[in-house]
Design a protein around this ligand. Structure first.
Ligand code: HXC
Length: 257
């Protein structure tokens, strides 16, 4: 597929997707979501890819859903087309996905970043859910994921006022895992993703599934899920390889499982 709104590269076992509508600060329209989903499908199916990095430009990860496209939407139209549901593809990727956020991550841009497994933020990053200023509220998980990530008080304030959060505040409250100087963000994200992609693919995917399960279930059920998956890992060649490598004082050579 020839992409017009994203750039796609592979770096070893890492798949890199860059949102690329610079004239609109990567505002998320139908085309960019369609292309993003197509690229995710390809990386997901590719056994040689162990981790995906999603990034934008230096100025904007994404400044939100495309307001110019949305302004004439109608309720029956959004209902029949099931507007937003296609955005969820990212949250269903089973391989690890790292968001590298520089500049604005607003509205749907912030929501897209939160669908990734963790966020590395440039010191220039600004997060916000400013939809209320447009007469709507977040619609791609903002009221739900942001609340789980930063707690009710911060999420309420951000969603009700549209205030932006800078990188330092985002790190303090746990929205992002780390802050990196803007000029080094992509290199660092590729490095971290390379580390992840160098592990067992199956174990990385199972780890992601287990951490995500903690959002969906009780502690007791989550612990039970974790234990069953952990026990199943003793059936993997990668468990034998990882533990043998430790004992033999060498680097492990992991595969897909
Ligand atoms: C369409 C957008 C856009 C957006 C920016 N642009 N954000 N176009 N949709 N979300 C366009 C501008 O219209 C402009 O194009 C160009 O990008 C540069 O933007 P400027 O405003 O000139 O840049 P700047 O002054 O630096 O301000 C940056 C900004 C501002 C603070 C990020 O652009 C802004 O407030 N954008 C909207 C942010 C927002 O409200 N996001 C939430 C969207 S709603 P032209 O051609 O005019 O020069 C949403 C709903 C999600 O995300 C629900 C689930 C999908």
């Amino acid at each position: 597929m020839a992409y017009e709104t994203i750039l796609v590269e592979t770096h070893g076992k890492v798949g890199l997707i860059r949102l690329n509508r610079p004239q609109a600060l990567n505002a998320l329209n139908r085309q960019i979501i369609t292309e993003l989903n197509a690229a995710l499908d390809i990386f997901e199916a590719d056994k040689g890819i162990g981790c995906i990095v999603l990034t934008g430009s230096e100025k904007a990860f994404a400044a939100g859903a495309d307001i110019k496209e949305m302004q004439d939407f109608t309720y029956p139209g959004t209902y029949v087309d099931d507007f937003i549901t296609s955005w969820e593809r990212l949250s269903r990727v089973r391989k690890p996905v790292v968001a590298a956020v520089s500049g604005f991550a607003l509205g749907g841009g912030c929501e897209l970043a939160m669908m990734c497994d963790f966020i590395l933020a440039a010191d220039t990053a600004k997060f916000g859910q400013p939809e209320i200023k447009l007469g709507v509220m977040p619609g791609a998980g903002g009221t739900q994921r942001l609340t789980r990530l930063v707690g009710k008080s911060k999420a309420m304030e951000m969603c009700l006022t549209g205030r932006f959060m800078d990188a330092a505040e985002a790190e303090r409250v746990g929205l992002v895992s780390r802050i990196i100087p803007a000029a080094e963000l992509l290199d660092e994200a590729l490095k971290v993703a390379g580390v992840i992609a160098g592990m067992s693919l199956a174990v990385g995917m199972m780890t992601k599934e287990s951490v995500n399960r903690s959002y969906e279930t009780t502690l007791a059920e989550g612990i039970r899920f974790e234990r069953r998956v952990f026990q199943s890992q003793f059936a993997l060649a990668d468990q034998k390889e990882g533990m043998a490598a430790f004992v033999e004082k060498r680097k492990p050579n992991f595969g897909a499982g």
